[in-house]
Design a protein around this ligand. Structure first.
Ligand code: THU
Length: 129
């Protein structure tokens, strides 16, 4: 399983995004530390705050599937074409809950290349109990 597999999975699940209010479609695909892949897309709601981000869906699938730690998460989002979709603050906190210093957050960029970050770069000094 390489990064391209995760990019393909993120783009595929993005096709299923339910984004009728924002028209901003996001797919997230993550690999856990056991090598299992999980994916999620954003699921909006007429009551706007009830919407679910793609990352939250992928993380929920990992936990439901018995996974514990994110090895790599790829995020692909944009209106029609891919834009520089960086995770929202809430998703950064959700990723941090299941990340190690080795975890990579990979953002698909316009044109097909990627930018990769440790979660601590995206959410420095994050909250942990
Ligand atoms: N969204 C995500 O799913 N993930 C992100 O990282 C950024 C934003 C969704 C939420 C909403 O459905 C739409 O994108 C526009 O904000």
């Amino acid at each position: 399983m390489d990064e391209q597999n995760l990019i393909d999975a993120a783009l595929a699940v993005r096709q299923n995004a339910y984004a009728r209010y924002s028209n901003y479609r996001v797919g997230a695909a993550l690999l856990d530390d056991r090598g299992k892949l999980y994916a999620g897309c954003n699921v909006e709601n007429a009551a706007y705050p009830e919407g679910i981000c793609a990352e939250a869906g992928a993380i929920a699938a990992m936990i439901a599937g018995g996974g514990e730690l994110i090895h790599t998460i790829v995020i692909a989002g944009g209106h029609d074409d891919i834009e520089d979709c960086t995770p929202c603050g809430g998703c950064r906190q959700k990723i941090a809950e299941f990340a190690s210093p080795e975890t990579r957050v990979v953002l698909l960029q316009p044109g097909g290349h990627t930018r990769s970050f440790p979660i601590d770069d995206l959410l420095p000094r994050s909250f942990h109990l």
